[in-house]
Ligand binder design. Structure first.
Ligand SMILES: [Zn+2]
Length: 562
């Protein structure tokens, strides 16, 4: 649906027939020439987030101070504290000792000339998290983008790489509004797809020349990078031209090497061309196929049937060289040589290995928007809703595939390859924010120690975002003097239990009362020196969800499960 041309309510839109939706949705890049008819409807538009209200966020201040935290700085250094963190404007101005562990805090500590003081004694501070693979909430999933923004911030995500966040112009204007802190939103990096943009008049970008022209045009418009997908308009020569031109323009590149093109260009070949990051699993195992570059598709496979597309991915585990084989290590070593970042987004396919768990997760009842819930339900037209007949055997295949996928990601980390954290939430029963924390847990399951998980979630993302801009020292990603003040403050030690970062917290038995208690959740999120009460952000989201349920005539509590 085009923004501004909505003539039906969203409720009514949900009830339209599948056929109508499939033909009326105009999706992204509306000005682009006709795309081939697709089985799955293209992504809908996105409505800008509302202006930041007077009671949303405290600051920025000339000078304020967070007292007596234990600092996990994101660099991989061990926690240290207690320390006081001084923030001036949007910048970390000082990190001062507040005492010695085991002894009372020092009295009368500097600074005394602050505008605001937050007593965070006993709490933990981390750098703001970086979600390297996001799409904002589209208008068929939530009323506007603030739904995804607030869920990200509430989970400590202060920077997102939109791949793409929204249609071209919306992404750029939301980025600028976030930069000015006019909206309650994380820092936004704008990665768009070739050919997008209402101002682009050069037509289909399916030749190296036209693709280069689009890259130059889009760079001029101010995007940060390009999302590649290996589709029929992106054969290897076009991708090579895009990567080359992107490097010249200071743009980053990330590829979802879809099955459509991966037989001709796998992750290793793309890495040799200079691709910056590989997102999802696509392309890795195709670089390791024992029987040559084309996967052994079942003879009745149909890519446009999403259960085929996702159900058969797991076959790659059996068709690729074993973990620890010579080919395995050669692959990883060469990708490290190529400076390729792995952004595995394991969370988004998690339902594949345990559908019931994903459907029944703690957060759906209160935080899943009814339209989003509807979008998740098995459907031939909603992307990622491919559970038409999802069997034990399919889940077992995915479980096995995940073991190998995690092994690969962990081995890459072991040799010094860079791994980042992305979520791709908004599909497949994964809501924004919650899905991101799940990705952190999955990295730990893969073999990362908790400090490595945090480093992947902070510094590694920052490096990957700023390197293409010629800034090898990113202004975010660690808590250090001189960096931008993007931080997360939590009561529980996240290194001890990543689950405590979920907005819904973690259930623990209180030994004194013998009652179950929900503990955890992020307490505060700081972006550009502005302090947000993370619990309030969650409450805002809960209220949005409730209001939509009322508007749509649905029960206020829970979701409608079949
Ligand atoms: Zn995605």
């Amino acid at each position: 649906m085009k923004r501004g041309t909505k003539t039906v309510t969203r409720t009514a839109a949900l009830m339209l027939s599948a056929a109508l939706l499939a033909t009326s949705a105009t999706g992204y890049g509306q000005s682009a020439p006709a795309e081939p008819v697709q089985a799955v409807k293209p992504r809908a538009g996105a409505d800008a987030g509302p202006d930041r209200g007077p009671n949303e966020g405290f600051g920025p201040y000339n000078k304020w101070v967070v007292r007596a935290v234990t600092l996990i700085d994101g660099s991989g250094a061990p926690p240290r504290g207690p320390v006081d963190i001084v923030i001036e404007g949007d910048t970390i101005a000082d990190i001062l000792p507040a005492g010695t562990p085991g002894l009372p805090l020092k009295d009368g500590r500097e600074p005394r000339d602050f505008d605001y003081e937050l007593d965070a004694t006993g709490m933990f501070m981390l750098p703001g998290f970086v979600d390297m693979h996001v799409h904002g909430s589209t208008d068929d999933k939530a009323p506007d983008l603030s739904y995804s923004y607030k869920l990200w911030l509430a989970h400590g995500v202060t920077t997102v790489r939109g791949v793409d966040l929204a249609p071209f112009e919306v992404s750029l204007s939301e980025q600028a509004r976030s930069e000015r802190n006019e909206i309650v939103a994380p820092r936004i990096f704008v990665y768009q797809r070739p050919g997008q943009g209402e101002g682009w008049t050069g037509g289909r970008t399916n030749t190296p020349e036209k693709a280069r022209a689009w890259v130059r045009w889009a760079a001029g418009e101010g995007i940060d990078g390009i999302k590649l997908s290996n589709n029929e308009d992106q054969p290897p020569e076009v991708i090579e031209a895009i990567i080359d031109e992107a490097e010249k323009q200071g743009l980053g590149t990330v590829a979802h090497l879809s099955q459509i093109g991966v037989g001709r260009l796998n992750a290793l070949e793309a890495g040799r061309m200079g691709l910056d990051s590989v997102t999802h699993y696509y392309g890795h195992f195709e670089s390791l196929l024992k029987n040559g570059p084309v996967q052994d598709w079942p003879v009745d496979y149909n890519y446009n049937d999403e259960q085929d597309r996702f159900g058969n991915v797991a076959n790659l585990a059996a068709e690729s060289f074993e973990a620890d084989s010579e080919e395995w290590w050669d692959y990883l070593e060469e990708q490290k040589e190529n400076n390729v970042t792995f952004d595995p987004t394991m969370t988004i396919y998690l339902a594949g290995r345990d559908l019931m768990r994903a459907r029944n997760a703690d957060w759906h009842d209160t935080y899943t928007m009814p339209q989003l819930w509807q979008f998740y339900q098995s459907s031939r037209i909603n992307h990622g809703s491919y559970f038409y007949d999802w069997t034990t055997a399919t889940e077992v295949k995915w479980k096995n595939f995940y073991q190998k996928f995690m092994h690969l990601i962990n081995d890459y980390k072991k040799i010094g390859g860079r791994v980042t954290t992305g979520s791709d939430s908004g599909f497949i029963f994964q809501p924004y924010g919650f899905g991101y924390i799940q990705e952190l847990e999955l990295l730990q399951e893969a073999g990362f120690n908790p400090s490595q998980v945090i480093q992947a979630a902070t510094l590694n993302g920052a490096l990957t975002l700023y390197e293409p801009k010629g800034q090898p020292v990113p202004p975010i990603g660690t808590v250090r003097v001189g960096k931008l003040a993007d931080m997360v403050i939590v009561k529980e030690n996240p290194l001890q239990n990543l689950k405590t970062l979920y907005g819904t917290g973690f259930l623990r038995l209180n030994e004194e009362t013998q009652e179950l208690e929900r503990v955890g959740g992020v307490s505060y999120t700081i972006k550009d020196g502005i302090l947000y009460d993370s619990k309030q952000l969650l409450a805002d989201v809960a209220a949005m969800v409730r209001a939509e349920k009322v508007r749509m005539g649905l029960p206020e509590e829970g979701v409608v499960r079949r």
